[in-house]
Write a protein that binds this ligand. Sequence first.
Ligand code: FES
Length: 101
Amino acid sequence: MLVCHCNLIIQKEIEEAIVGLLDADPWQLIVPAKVYHTLSKRGRCCGCFPNVVETIIRVTEEYHRRDDDADTVTFLGRVRELRGQYGSRLHERRNTDHRAA
Ligand code: FES
């Protein structure tokens, strides 16, 4: 599945890059820019970044689940909870009725 239309990056490429980064350091902070740098790409419109963040969370969770580390899964659940609490509700503090475009 094509994830990034600007750079023509498919889901599998992103997942492989994330696993490669986790193999190098399982506890590093992985962000979309780091994944794209690994692929020798960079975000252009960055509209794909929310999906890349979801992929990073899912792949990281699966990666650490292989080690059967229950604390990691609990932590990622907490991150999801906080994102639902702050991220989705506030929309970066922009009101939908005050859009410029
Ligand atoms: S869709 Fe990925 S940078 Fe534009």
